[in-house]
Write a protein that binds this ligand. Structure first.
Ligand SMILES: [Zn+2]
Length: 283
């Protein structure tokens, strides 16, 4: 069933596990993730990125998730990932998202507070949850045309940011980056402990793909309640596509022969993340 991010992250914090957040594009990914999460009894966040919502994407992706959520008896948050302006937040409310992230992390602190509070004021009357970001998780942008440095989250800013904005979850920067890592990341667990000690709300980690498993476990033990995954799903899809192309035995393969291996590989990654994050059997 469809639920808010707040509803699935509060129990995650109480019981020291993390809910996986998967950036998804249409049916191949959405179905693989939801059916895997249901099989493993895990709460899950299905996330959308602006680039995939262009045109009718605003109807197709959230429309699909909303339509199928009642047939899955696990909590599902439908979350807009990385909105950077209020127009997108407004569209997310209209499209029926249950949760949004407003990303003002590239802005100076005061402007981040202002944008995040405005977004919270916009969504709260409609019952949506909201995630903000403090500090900045850098890395490659999605088109792999640019690279941004990360800035660690400062513990002194956390309480004021949360109080002044009213966010339900906070994405923090402790050493992960977006995209595929060139060198192994090293998470600053000490910093995470400090952030978690002062934060009244659940913490979120972006750039979860490719982070060594031992570090992921440490991060979850020290307060991370949601981990975002995208690059690992894309790698899985590429692997599935290669398998399906290599497996062609006829010139007109059936759609399930084309998409089946892709779905299987995405499902495999979803199952691995659910096991690693400790979110199985929590429903
Ligand atoms: Zn992110």
């Amino acid at each position: 069933m469809l639920t808010t991010l707040r509803e699935i992250l509060v129990p995650a914090r109480e019981n020291s596990y993390a809910v996986p957040g998967f950036d998804c594009v249409e049916d191949v990914m959405v179905r693989a993730v939801l059916e895997t999460a249901e099989r493993l009894r895990s709460p899950v966040a299905i996330m959308c990125l602006e680039g995939d919502l262009q045109g009718n994407g605003w109807h197709y992706i959230p429309g699909l998730v909303r339509a199928v959520a009642p047939f899955h008896d696990i909590p599902i948050a439908l979350h807009l990932d990385h909105a950077t302006n209020l127009e997108l937040i407004h569209r997310a409310v209209e499209a029926g998202f249950s949760s949004v992230m407003i990303d003002g992390s590239a802005l100076p602190f005061e402007e981040n507070v202002k944008l995040t509070k405005a977004a919270a004021d916009l969504v709260k009357p409609h019952g949506l949850s909201i995630e903000g970001e403090l500090g900045h998780v850098g890395g490659a942008d999605l088109e792999a045309t640019g690279h941004h440095d990360s800035i660690f989250t400062e513990p002194e800013e956390v309480v004021r940011f949360i109080e002044e904005t009213g966010v339900d979850a906070l994405a923090v920067s402790i050493g992960t980056a977006h995209g595929v890592y060139e060198a192994e990341p090293e998470l600053n667990i000490e910093r995470l402990r400090e952030l978690n000690a002062v934060s009244p709300i659940p913490l979120v980690l972006h750039g979860g793909s490719g982070t060594p498993e031992a570090q992921i476990r440490e991060a979850i033990r020290n307060g991370i309640c949601k981990l975002n995954i995208f690059a690992d799903s894309r790698i899985a899809m590429a692997r599935g596509m290669k398998r399906s192309v290599e497996g062609f035995t006829r010139p007109d393969p059936l759609p399930r022969q084309l998409f089946g291996p892709i779905q299987e590989e995405v499902a495999r990654v979803a199952a691995e993340k659910i096991a690693l994050f400790g979110s199985a059997d929590r429903v």
